[in-house]
Structure formats: structure tokens, C-alpha cells
Design a protein around this ligand. Sequence first.
Ligand code: GLY
Ligand code: MN
Length: 461
Amino acid sequence: MFDRNIYVARRDRLRAEVKSGLALFLGNEESPMNYADNTYHFRQDSSFLYFFGLDFAGLAGIVDLDEGTDTIYGNDLTVEDFVWMGPQPTIRERAAKAGVMRTGTIAQLEALLADIQAKKRPVHFLPPYRPENKLKLMNWLGVAPDKAASQGSVELIRSVVEMRAVKGVEEIAEIEKAVNVSVDMHIAAMRMVKPGVAEAEVAAAVHRVALAAGGDLAFPIIATIHGETLHNHYHGNRLKSGQMFLLDAGAETALHYAADLSSTMPVDPKFTERQKEIYRITLAAHEAAKRALKPGEAHREVHLLACKTIALGLKDLGLMKGDVDEAVLQGAHALFFPCGEGHMMGLDVHDMEDLGEVYVGYEGKPKSTQFGLKSLRLARPLQPGFVLTVEPGIYFIPQLIDQWRAERRLTDFLDYDRIEAWKDFGGIRNEENALITEDGHRILGKRKPLTIEDVESVPRD
Ligand code: GLY
Ligand code: MN
């Protein structure tokens, strides 16, 4: 945990932002994999961590916006629990570490919420994403589980997003730790790829680095020879000469701050000329996006700059044609780049996605519905303290190419005969993590091998 004063100050700021009533923060419960006692690795809710820092199951926190009090609710464990878990601090001892002096049991919380509702004081809650917390809201506040996510308090969501979006120095230091571990994860993969190695062996080596550093993974590892599938979690292939291997993997620190890096490397010691042609275009898009990262710049424009750089490069290669600005306006580049150029990152790898992309990335304004642009998670103007990913990529997705070709989509901008010859290419993505500073940006952590020369010069085991 950070120092208790950090949590006290965050709750005081929340009180200054949200007008009246109670803010109810639900911690997460243990979640069973296949029977009650065999649980997934516990992950606390990130907003609960942000305001209370307590990394245990079964807690709820109340910030009273009128009376200025904070309370942690939870039931103390018993000696029978200690038999299995070892001795555990009391709720009171835990709460004190977050600067919270008032505690109560879950039964007391239920009684309080009944009383508050009878008095018609507002109870603000964030959109729940876990079934256990939807059930609590049903039992305690009478909120229907299928409506609970849409009944989150917009006032609370907006305030939490504005607070969590701008990272404090203690958070930036923690994210930088996660990035440094993640760079080591990527170098471990670059050292071991060669024909005959299994994707699963690389994934295991990458996970080992994260665990050995004292944390774990921020999201499931993508370690694949099929980089064209954006979130490919299958690790059943063996690497073959001539292929490329894409790793998208990031560490989460013990305090649960994330990093998110991607690398694409040849299975052989060197890229082929054909691979280099596409790699160079992704790198040009990556550098163009980075150059544009500064306060006041709308991230939508950074994304579109990456799209235009990709379209220009593919036009030079003969796969796209026509006016590049018009091609991007009409979304033709999305055949090769159907996702966003970057997203916020912090306590969540896609930071605050549970609170709603429209609030996190669009200041409450509607998102585009155009294929490609609709997958951009962050469009709003950048501010100092934002942490985000930079991850343009080029993907040859055979099913998508076949569909667009059959529909004769955007034929003014796409040369399907030429594209046909690239259908087996796969995908390339590189990804770094940036902090927006007062006058530009800073790439977080130690340098990750990024250029063709960087990647080829990592010594292989
Ligand atoms: N690292 C996975 C993603 O950004 O979607
Ligand atoms: Mn990412």
C-alpha cells in the first residue's frame, strides 16, 4: 500500500467533487474456478484499491459526502479461517492502514443502507462487473442485477475517472516499475524464439519473469505466430522458420499497477525483406504517434495520424491507392488496422474500462460507429499525468479481407488483387507506454528493443 495519507487525500478530493449522499465502493470477492474453495487468483477492484488500498476479499467502503466520514465494512475472520490462511489482521487494523478509523460488519452496512434509503439520501455506486457485487446491490439497494451496470452514478463515475486519469507521482513510479519488468519479459522472449520452440514455452518464460519480480500478469499473455488475431490466447503452436512471433504481455506490480508492451520478432535471427517492409510502416506510424503526444492534443488525432501513416506506407507498397486522407476518412485503412492506436493504462491495463469508455475516453460524448474507429478507446484531449499505450499495428486478417473483397468495399482505396498475395503475412504490433508531461511526453521505463536493428541484435540463447 501507499502511505495512508494518499488514500485520505483521495477520499477528501472525492468529497469535494461529488455533491451529496454516500459513495459506496464494493471490493471484490474470491471467485471460484470450478468449486467454491478452488478460486481464481484474487484481484481487488481497482477503484476500491485507489480509494482504500486494501487488497482483501469481502470489503466495502463508504465515503460519506455530507458528514466527512469514511468507513470500511467487512467481517473479521475467525480462528477456523486462520487454520487455512494463517493469522489475519482484523478489519480495524486493516482499515487503519488506509487512514480509515471507522469500521463495521456487513450486517451493519446492510442496516445503514436501509436507513439511508428510508431517508432518501442518494447512494452513489460504480457500475458493477462481477455477479457477486450485482447481487449485493440487489439485496442492499433493490437494484435489478441486469440493470445495475447502467444504474451506476454518472456523477461518481465522472469524478472517479477525472481523478484516476491523472496519475500521481507515486502511481507513475509504480507503473514505471511494471514497465521495466515487462521489458525484461519481452527480452526473455526475444532471446529464446527459434524454430522448434513452442509458443507455450515462450509464454511460460515470460510469465516467470513477472512472477519472479514479485507481481504477476496485468492481462493474459498473447504469444503467437498468428499476430493477425488481435487477442490470440492460443499457445499450442511450434515456431517455424520464416514466421514472425508476436508477444503482447505486461506485468502488474504487487500494488496492481499495469504495463502493456507488444513486440514482433522474426523466428529466424533476421526479418525477411517482406517482413521488414511492413515492420517499417508500423514503426513509422509508431514514431508519428509518439511525436504527436502532448497536452491538448486530442488522442483521436494521434490515432488518425497513425492511420494515415499506415495508409501512406501501404499505398507505397501498392496495397492501398487513392487519396490517403479520404481513405482514412472512409475507414479503408481499418482493413489492416481495425483497432485503436492506444488506451489509458494504470491500475487496469485498459484503465477504468469498467466505468465506461465513453466517460474514460470520450468525456461523455458518443463514440464513432465506423469499423476501426469504434474500437478506439481514447479520443479526448491529452492532459499531463495521463498514461497511455502507443500500439499501431498492421494485420492481414484473411477472413476480413475475403469479406471486404466479396462486398467490393472501398475499392477506390484498396487493391484487392495485390492484397491477395499478402493474406498469409500475419500481423505486426509494437507497443510502448507513455506519460503525458507538461510539454510533451516521456516513454516510461527502460528502452524496449523496437527497431529492426534493435530486435535483430538481441543475443539469442
Ligand atoms: N494488451 C492487450 C490490449 O491492449 O488490448
Ligand atoms: Mn494495449
